[in-house]
Design a protein around this ligand. Structure first.
Ligand code: GLC
Length: 742
C-alpha cells in the first residue's frame, strides 16, 4: 500500500505537471495546427457573428443567405438561437463546411433562461454574493442544456444615472460592490471550468464606461478623465478578467472621442496587455459599422481595419468583417498575424468547450426537458428574489401582515401582471403559466384564512382615472391595502432612457386616492431603476421596492409581506429626489464649499430649491427588526504600508424578528495628492441574527483598501489619516474611528 502511495505521489510531483502542460499545450497546438489548414476566408469566417432570424436584439439587417454562409464556413458564431432543435440544425449545417469548425451559440441569458431571476440590479440589492453566483449557475445550467455555449453576461457597467435604462442590467453605482458581483456572476456562469456540461462562457460587457453616457441617454458619448475611468468604471471589468471571464464585449459609446470598438487603449493596452486577457472580444451589435455614424471612419472598410487593429476579435452583426477583412489583408492594410491572433482566441474557446470532440454535446433533448422544469431551480429563484427585496419604509410596523382573518386588497396595474415580473432582458417563452404574479403569490400564501380583493385602479402609463372609483370601493372593504405600481417591463432596459423617472402615468394619484380612504397603505414598487415617488415616500405607511423579481415574484413578495422572510436588501444605487439632482451618488468629492446641511446657503455646493440629500442613500434598506452596533475596537491605530489593522465590533438584534443585516465599512482618506471621496465602500458582511443575539464582526484594513489611482494612474497608498465608518447604510454610520497609515 505504502509503495502505491509513494508511486502516486511521485506521479503527482514529477509526471502530472508535464502531463497537464502537455494537455494545455495540446489545445494550443490543436489551435495552431487547425489555423495552418485554414484559408484567409475561413479565418475571417470565424470572426463573423450573425443573429438568428428568430429574434433580434438590435437593428435588423436582411440577409437572405445566412444558412448558406453557415454551410460555407463564413460564420463563427450565431446568437439568439433558442433551444436544442435549432442549435442542432445549425450545427449540423456548420459541420458540412470544409473544416467542420463548430459554431458558437450565444444568447443574452442575463438573469435566467427559463427560470427567471430578479433583474441584476435587484439581485445586487441582496448584497448576497453566493445567491448571485447560484442564480448565474442555474441560468447556465438551463442555457447549456438548451444548446447555448455563451451568455452575454454579466453586464458590469457602473452607472450613476437612473435615467439610463440599462441600470437594470448592472450592479449599481459602486466599484467595490460591482467588482465582487462581477466575480460571483462570472464564476456562476462558467462554473469550475469551461467544458463542464453545465458551464457556459461568460462575457464582461460593455467595455467600457457605457454606463456613463452623458445625460443617461443610451448610446451617448462618454467623456471622462482617465482617473475616473480607472477608479470607478474599470474595476468590475478588471475583476471579471481576474475571475477568468472567457469573453468581453465592447460598447457602443465613444470614450473621449474614440469609439470603444476601435480603442486599442481599452482592448490592447489595458485588456490584452496590462490585464493579460487571453479570451476574445466580441463587438456589440453592429458597433463596428456604427463607427461610420460616429464620424470616426468613412466606410466599413476603414471600420474593419480600425476595429481589428484595436483588438475587436469578432464582429456581431455589422457584416464589415466578412465584407472587408480579406481585402484588407491582401492589400497589406492588416497583417494576417492580427487575423491569426483573433482566430486563435476564438478557436481556443471552442476547444475548451469541447465542441471539437463533440459539437452536439450541448444538444441533448432529454437533458433540456429536465433542466427547464427543475423544481429546485424555482426554489432557488424564490430564495434569490426575496433576498433582493428592499424595505424602504415601515411605519408603525404595518408589516409584516398577519395571515389570519383579514380582508386584504391588492390594487394597481402590476398586481396581476405576469410578464412584467420578468423585467427586461428576460427570455420570452410562449406560455406565461410558469410566472407567479403578485396576486397569485399572495392568494396562495393566504389560502382560505383571508379574503383577497383586487382592482386594477389605473394603467401604468396613461392618464385615465376611470378605475379610481372601483379601486376606492375595494379599498374601503379591506383592512389593509397593497398597491402594486411601477414600470412596465419594457420601460427600463436597452434604448429605454427616460427624461423623467417619476412613477409613470397617474399611479401616484391613485396612491393618494387610496391613502385618503384612511386605510393602511403598503406600496410595492416594481421597476428596473430607481424611481422618484416623493409624495408616496412621505405618506405611504410602508414601501417595498420589488424591482422585477422574476418568475417567482409573487411567492417571494408574499414571503416578505407576511413575515416568512425578513427583508434585508440594501440599495445598490442612490435614489434621487428629482431628475435635477442627477448624477447623484454617495462617493462624491467634498469640494471647497461642502454642503453639510439644508440651511447653509453659501458654503454648499447644491441647489437652492432642493434638499442636498437624496431620497434614499446607497446601502439603505430596513428590516422588520433593528440592529445595534457597538464596542468598536481597533487592533492598532497606526499601520505601516505592509501592515494591517483589524476592526472588531458587535452587532445585536434588538428586535423581535430573526433578520439579516448588511454591515458596511466605509473609509475616507482625509488628505491626499488628489482629493478623495467623502467615503468609499471597502468591505461588507451579511450577518444573520436571532432576536437578542449578538455577533462580533471583524474587518481587516490593509494597504489595498487604502489605495487609489494617483495622478500618474499608479495604484498607491499614501501615508496619512483615514476615517473609519461602519454603518447600516452610507448615510447611517453607527461607529466611527480614525487610523494612521505611516
Ligand atoms: C445588444 C446589447 C448587448 C447584447 C447584444 C446581443 O444591443 O447592447 O448587451 O448582448 O446586443 O443581443
Amino acid at each position: 500500500m505504502k509503495c502505491l502511495v509513494r508511486l502516486c505521489l511521485l506521479w503527482l510531483v514529477l509526471v502530472q505537471p508535464h502531463f497537464v502542460a502537455a494537455q494545455k499545450k495540446t489545445i494550443d497546438q490543436r489551435v495552431d495546427s487547425l489555423l495552418q489548414l485554414m484559408t484567409l476566408e475561413e479565418k475571417v469566417g470565424q470572426m463573423n457573428q450573425y443573429s438568428g432570424p428568430w429574434a433580434h436584439t438590435g437593428p435588423i439587417t436582411e440577409d437572405g443567405n445566412i444558412l448558406q454562409q453557415v454551410q460555407e464556413g463564413k460564420l463563427g458564431s450565431m446568437l439568439n438561437i433558442n433551444g436544442v432543435a435549432h442549435t442542432k440544425e445549425l450545427q449540423t449545417l456548420a459541420l458540412k463546411s470544409r473544416l467542420k469548425i463548430p459554431l458558437l451559440f450565444g444568447q443574452d441569458v442575463i438573469h435566467g433562461y427559463r427560470t427567471t431571476f430578479p433583474i441584476p440590479l435587484g439581485e445586487a440589492a441582496s448584497w448576497d454574493l453566493e445567491a448571485m453566483e447560484q442564480s448565474a449557475r442555474v441560468a447556465a445550467t438551463e442555457a447549456a442544456a438548451s444548446g447555448i455555449h455563451w451568455t452575454f453576461a454579466p453586464m458590469v457597467d457602473i452607472s450613476r444615472d437612473p435615467r439610463w435604462g440599462r441600470v437594470m442590467e448592472g450592479a449599481g453605482e459602486d466599484p467595490y460592490l460591482g467588482s465582487l458581483i462581477a466575480k460571483a456572476r462570472v464564476k456562476g456562469f462558467q462554473g469550475n471550468k469551461l467544458g463542464d456540461i453545465n458551464s457556459v462562457m461568460a462575457c464582461a460587457k460593455h467595455f467600457a464606461a457605457y454606463g456613463a453616457a452623458i445625460g443617461g441617454r443610451d448610446y451617448n458619448s462618454v467623456d471622462m478623465s482617465d482617473r475616473t475611468l480607472w477608479e470607478i468604471y474599470l474595476p468590475p471589468f478588471k475583476a471579471a478578467a481576474e475571475a477568468g471571464v472567457a469573453t468581453f464585449m465592447n460598447s457602443f459609446n465613444d470614450l473621449n472621442g474614440v469609439p470603444a470598438s476601435a480603442s486599442s487603449y481599452l482592448q490592447r493596452d489595458i485588456l490584452k496587455g496590462k490585464w493579460n486577457f487571453t479570451g476574445f472580444v466580441v463587438s456589440d451589435w453592429g458597433s463596428i459599422g456604427e463607427m461610420i455614424k460616429h464620424g470616426y471612419v468613412k466606410d466599413c472598410y476603414e471600420a474593419s481595419q480600425a476595429a481589428v487593429m484595436a483588438g475587436s476579435d469578432m464582429d456581431m452583426e455589422s457584416r464589415c468583417y466578412t465584407q472587408n477583412l480579406v481585402h484588407l489583408v491582401k492589400e497589406g492594410k492588416v497583417p494576417e498575424t492580427v487575423i491569426d491572433d483573433a482566430v486563435r482566441r476564438i478557436l481556443r474557446k471552442k476547444f475548451e468547450l469541447g465542441l471539437f470532440e463533440d459539437p452536439f454535446r450541448f444538444c441533448d433533448v432529454k437533458r433540456e426537458q429536465q433542466a427547464l422544469n427543475n423544481p429546485k431551480h424555482k426554489a432557488i429563484a424564490r430564495d434569490v428574489a426575496k433576498k433582493s427585496v428592499v424595505l424602504l419604509k415601515n411605519n408603525n410596523n404595518v408589516l409584516p401582515l398577519s395571515k389570519q382573518a383579514k380582508t386584504i386588497a391588492i390594487i394597481g396595474p402590476l398586481a396581476k401582471s405576469e410578464r412584467d415580473m420578468l423585467g427586461f432582458w428576460a427570455v420570452d417563452w410562449p406560455d406565461s403559466s410558469y410566472i407567479v404574479s403578485q396576486f397569485e403569490g399572495i392568494q396562495q400564501k393566504l389560502g382560505n384564512n383571508s379574503k383577497l380583493l383586487y382592482a386594477m385602479g389605473c394603467n401604468i402609463e396613461d392618464n385615465s382615472t376611470s378605475g379610481f372609483a372601483e379601486a376606492i370601493e375595494v379599498a374601503q372593504k379591506a383592512d389593509v391595502v397593497l398597491l402594486s405600481v411601477g414600470e412596465r417591463r419594457d420601460m427600463s432596459g436597452e434604448a429605454k432612457s427616460r427624461s423623467t423617472i417619476h412613477l409613470p402615468g397617474v399611479q401616484e394619484e391613485l396612491i393618494k386616492a387610496i391613502k385618503a380612504t384612511g386605510k393602511p397603505v403598503v406600496v410595492l414598487i416594481n421597476a428596473g431603476r430607481p424611481l422618484i415617488f416623493n409624495w408616496t415616500a412621505d405618506n405611504a405607511d410602508a414601501i417595498v421596492y420589488t424591482w422585477w423579481l422574476g418568475s417567482e415574484a409573487g411567492n417571494a413578495i408574499a414571503d416578505v409581506l407576511f413575515g416568512d422572510y425578513n427583508p434585508a436588501g440594501k440599495l445598490p444605487m442612490t435614489f434621487p429626489r428629482s431628475e435635477g439632482q442627477l448624477p447623484i451618488y454617495y462617493n462624491f468629492l467634498n469640494t471647497g464649499r461642502p454642503a453639510e446641511n439644508d440651511k447653509d446657503r453659501f458654503y454648499r455646493s447644491a441647489y437652492n430649491d432642493l434638499s442636498i440629500y437624496p431620497k434614499y442613500a446607497f446601502g439603505y434598506g430596513l428590516s422588520y427588526t433593528n440592529f445595534k452596533y457597538d464596542n468598536l475596537k481597533l487592533s492598532a491605530e497606526t499601520m505601516n504600508m505592509d501592515g494591517k489593522i483589524t476592526l472588531s465590533f458587535s452587532v445585536t438584534n434588538t428586535g423581535n424578528y430573526t433578520g439579516e443585516e448588511v454591515v458596511q465599512l466605509y473609509l475616507r482618506d482625509e488628505f491626499a495628492s488628489l482629493v478623495r471621496p467623502v467615503k468609499e465602500l471597502k468591505d461588507f458582511k451579511k450577518i444573520l441574527l436571532k432576536p437578542g443575539e449578538t455577533k462580533e464582526i471583524n474587518f481587516v484594513i490593509d494597504k489595498e483598501k487604502l489605495s487609489f489611482y494617483n495622478q500618474k494612474l499608479e495604484w498607491v497608498a499614501e501615508p496619512g489619516t483615514f476615517q473609519v465608518m461602519i454603518g447600516s447604510a452610507s448615510d447611517d454610520i453607527r461607529l466611527k474611528s480614525k487610523i494612521e497609515l505611516r
